[in-house]
Design a protein around this ligand. Sequence first.
Ligand code: URP
Ligand code: ZN
Ligand code: ZN
Ligand code: ZN
Length: 462
Amino acid sequence: RGESTLIHGGQVVSPSGAVAADVLVDGETIAAVGAPGTLTGTKSIDATGKYVLPGGIDAHTHMEMPFGGTHSVDTFETGTVAAAWGGTTTIIDFAVQAKGTSLLSTMDKWHGKADGNCAIDYGFHMIMSDVNDSTLKEMRACVDAGVGSFKMFMAYPGVFYSTDGEILRAMQQAREIGATIMMHAENGIAIDQLAAQAFAAGRVEPVQHGITRPPELEGEATSRAIRLAQVTGAPLYIVHLSAAQALTAVAEARDGGQNVFAETCPQYLYLSIEDLAKPGFEGAKFVASPPLREKSHQADLWRGLRTNDLSVVSTDHCPFCFKDQKQLGRDDFRAIPNGIPGVEHRMDLLHQGVVAGEISLSRWVETCSATPARMFGLYPRKGVIAVGSDADIVLYDPAATQTLSAATHHMNVDYSAYEGFELTGKVHTVLSRGRVVVSPDGYTGSAGHGKFLSRELNQYLN
Ligand code: URP
Ligand code: ZN
Ligand code: ZN
Ligand code: ZN
């Protein structure tokens, strides 16, 4: 037996609460969890005064994503390093099928981008933009290759958009093979009309992105996706839910016993259409779809996190630089690349919800680690501090303070959507499969340490 590391003196946090416990790491996995003082290791890390968390799982990121003639600026390397700094030890990114190409060639292409470059473990969902006999058949091969979740779009006509008929067919196949359909639920056909009308009337500034994508059209698309899922019997996961109208639809479906799940993102909990309306072109920093909403939606989203109508928090991290990429839409808000950076700050921003009394400590860990692990077939390898699980562990200092800024963040993007936010709580030490990748001395990981995770199906259903 070689080196082992004892993490001692901390509070181990799980969905069922926080307990004083020591954790012994041997190689890449957790060898023991015991009462304080009962375990020994050859090395030790003092966790006194810290929370000991299962590493964060961000189930929605876009590294190197092609969008609007450019691509998101974090590579799989820079993006996963930033994730690690923020206490996230697993990302699930998206392989993006271009129309006219196959799902399996798309998967190969994304392995080519990510393999050997990630600092932490990673998986893929498949963005399915072309539904036909052949791609429907390929869905099964994707599941066998560890990609059992397929994102579809009711938004972005002409790019990723699928018709209701195409969605219905993909859902029928998902039901057959146990896969989960992830839906970008906004009515893109109606939105494109509103956006064209605004542009024609000379309203070209960033806030128009929000005005022309009203919350009712997210609510409508969410309801429609839920009905299509009901008719086909397919499980449905609504991504990046931003609006009270959509939450109401999800809650009603769940109360009716349907397998509908939803995630929200920190930007919808903390930012609003007021950011999009900042003077000059500043609002472009906050352009993402669905758009930032009126502040009144935020209280509904926090309630949804408490009631489990929102069961996951992901970032939808999709960074574009302000100085060049966002400028593509200077004269036309429709050309601003859609996306907000955030992979580094999800754990911190949701910890603010604990500090503010919006969610409990255990709910923080549940929505940011345990539930995404189960939802996307990674449990108990990920999402829990238990014997045999990967030693993906975060020591979190709830008393430390920090100010978020582009000057200090590690994401490869020239602005922070949370510039100047003063937070209580900060990551202290991060282990990825037993290796210390972040400590008070800095980043000690390496590109290529992160391995591809072949995932099981949704563990709430299969
Ligand atoms: O604006 C966003 N959300 N960009 C990323 C792509 C998507 O729809 O998730
Ligand atoms: Zn989306
Ligand atoms: Zn996304
Ligand atoms: Zn740039």
